[in-house]
Design a binder for this molecule. Structure first.
Ligand SMILES: [Zn+2]
Length: 58
């Protein structure tokens, strides 16, 4: 388990699983008055299969 730390004071706020994904969750720090968003992006690399439009000559 990892800790999501307060970006202001560095206090451990919530425990997160290694594969956790979180967005739009706010938590008030117990140490400082900051309210921070628990924002955890997906760590898996995105597939590089993005379709790219190419200009075709008519
Ligand atoms: Zn804090």
């Amino acid at each position: 388990m990892e800790w999501f730390k307060c970006p202001v004071c560095g206090k451990n706020l919530v425990q997160i699983a290694p594969d956790a994904v979180c967005q739009g969750v706010y938590i008030k720090c117990k140490k400082c008055p900051a309210v921070v968003e628990v924002k955890i992006a997906r760590k898996e690399p995105e597939p590089l299969s993005l379709s790219r439009k190419t200009l075709e000559k008519l």
